[in-house]
Structures are given as C-alpha cells and as structure tokens.
Write a protein that binds this ligand. Sequence first.
Ligand code: UT7
Length: 328
Amino acid sequence: MTNISAGITAVHGYLPEQILTNSDLEKMVETNDEWIRSRTGISERRILTGEGRGTSEMGEHAVRGLLEKSGLKPNDVDLLICATVTGDYIFPDTANIVRDRLGITNGWGFDVNAACSGFLYALHIGRQFIENGSLKNVIVLGADKMSSIVDYTDRTTCILFGDGAGAVLLQPKEDGTGILDSEIRSDGAGAEFLFQKAGGSKYPATAETVANREHFAQQDGRTVFKAAVGGMVSAVQTVMKRNDLTNESLSWLVPHQANLRIISTVASMADIPMEKVMVTIEKYGNTTAATLPLCLWQYEEQLKKNDKIILTAFGGGYTWGATYLKWS
Ligand code: UT7
C-alpha cells in the first residue's frame, strides 16, 4: 500500500477593497479605537459592499487565483468544498455557484457549515478523497461575507468581523509532506452561545424576527472566549503529543483569528512563542471560515517545504480542532 498524503500545493486569497476602520465604527456604535484594539487586536476589516454581491464572488476570486497559480484548468478540479455560514442562499450551496462562475463542469462540490472551524472541517473531509486515491485535485475554500449577518447596532459583535475568502489546492503527495494528523471535535451544547437565531426552519423569517434583529449573528462573548481557549489548547496539545512535536520542532501555529487575546493565550498555554504564530487579525478581523487560508496566503513567502504547521480553530456549534501538516 502506498502512503499518499494530501498536500497543500497552492494557496490564494481574496479580500474586498473597502476598509471599515475602528474610527468608522466609532461613528456607528458606542465604542472606541482603544477598546477595540486592546480587547481584540483589531484595527480594521474588509467589507464587500454593493447590491447583489455575495460570498460566491469572493470565493470565485480566491479560486481563480489558485487555478492560475497552479496551472490547473477549471475541469481539472475534481471536487470543490466550500466552508461558509454566509452562503449566497440558504440553498442551494455556494460551492456549486463558485464552480459555475469558474466554468467547472467536471466533478462535484458541496458546502460545509461549521462556522469558524469550517475550513478545518472541509480540509479534513477533502484529505480523505486524496488519501484513498479516488481524487487528484481537491479545492478547499473558506469564504464568508460576515457583514451580511453582522448587526451594526451591536457593539459587542460588529467590531469583530470582516469579509474574505481563502482557498487551498490539495494534491496527492508521497514525499512525506502533506496533512499528517487531525483532531476534529464538536459539541452541540454550545449552539446557543454563538448563532443566528432566525431564518432557519425553527424560526422562519417573519416581520417580527426582522424587527427583533434575529437574522444577525449573536454571541455570548465571554462564554465563547473561554470555550475557544480551552478547545484550541486541548486540540493543539493532543496533536503535538501524538506527533512528538515540541515548541522547538514546530515551525508555525496557524490559529483562527477571532481575538488577539485568545490567540496569545492559546500560544502561551501550548508553550509556543508568538514569533511562530501567524497573526492577521489586526487588518482583517474575524473572517470566519476564511481566517486560516488567509493566514497561509499572507505568510506564504515565509513558508518552506517540510515546515511543520498546526492549524487550529474554534467556532459556533461548538466546533473545533487542530490539523498537523508538513508544508508541501
Ligand atoms: O470566532 C468564533 C469564536 N468567537 C470568539 O472566539 C470571540 C470570543 N469573545 C471575545 O472575543 C470577547 O469576549 C469580546 C471581544 C466579544 C468581548 O471582550 P470581553 O473582554 O470579553 O468583554 P466583555 O464582554 O466582558 O465586556 C466588558 C465591557 C462591558 O462593559 P461593562 O459591563 O463592564 O460595563 C461591555 O459592555 O466592555 C463593554 N463592551 C464594549 N465597550 C466598548 C463590549 N463591547 C464593547 C465595545 N466598545 N465594542
């Protein structure tokens, strides 16, 4: 039996041009730049503005760049998995809209709904098809237009989120690089602490749900903060232990970008120095499913073959996990 791993052989991202700064938010809600920077580490985020522009548009840009970089033609793509909680529509899925926008008629695609852990979940699903030898080119896309479900009258959430998309190409590798281990977890007891109440089957849209602002994301920040730290630390430590990784042998930690204080607490508890931690939150905020691929894209030039990398995320559901890979 050959030992095939799913290697990340290309990465690309897309960020909308429009910038929403802390001082812009000061004009919208009772907040200030100092509070936002010191409590979250965020100074600005990107927003996709304009009528009729959805997550698929950002996904298309990210995947188009990925195809150009890797020299693949649209129909070389066997499978496209899109992690998102802000798809263009409740249904159909956004993966197939992205495929259509790019002229991909071969193969198949579907969405994964795991909030901020969506990219990690989709990566874990995608790797299975490469490892079992059934597919050769799998694209994993994380894309969210959080501005479409953020309540810009709620100062506890509107300061956190931004829009963006990032994608990676998974291909078979037999040189020891690629995804080597994943610890993927979930716990539905966390559902009520971070969610969009209305618009689903339990509370379909009514004039009342709209008036009550129930179509926006709501979060119990302190509860989620604690759960996020606990979940990511435990997943990272599990993966480090299982693979004999130490703070010296690890090259990079790529954490979900929800709050700089969460990132630095996770790094410190896992005993990983901040020089090895990818951080993009200051400029882009929390782009939900897009944070991990956007980090890889922004740090791409610093990455070397065989770098030992752990990705970790925590999000609504609750969902969380960690994935260990050697850079291909
Ligand atoms: O990505 C998915 C997972 N999500 C996360 O991981 C996010 C987790 N949570 C967080 O990042 C943080 O809990 C927040 C950034 C959301 C909030 O930070 P915090 O340090 O936990 O603040 P807090 O909720 O404990 O609130 C402290 C104070 C409160 O005032 P009082 O009650 O002490 O008078 C808030 O009303 O800060 C107030 N506050 C603000 N003040 C100025 C809350 N938001 C703001 C604001 N500007 N934007």
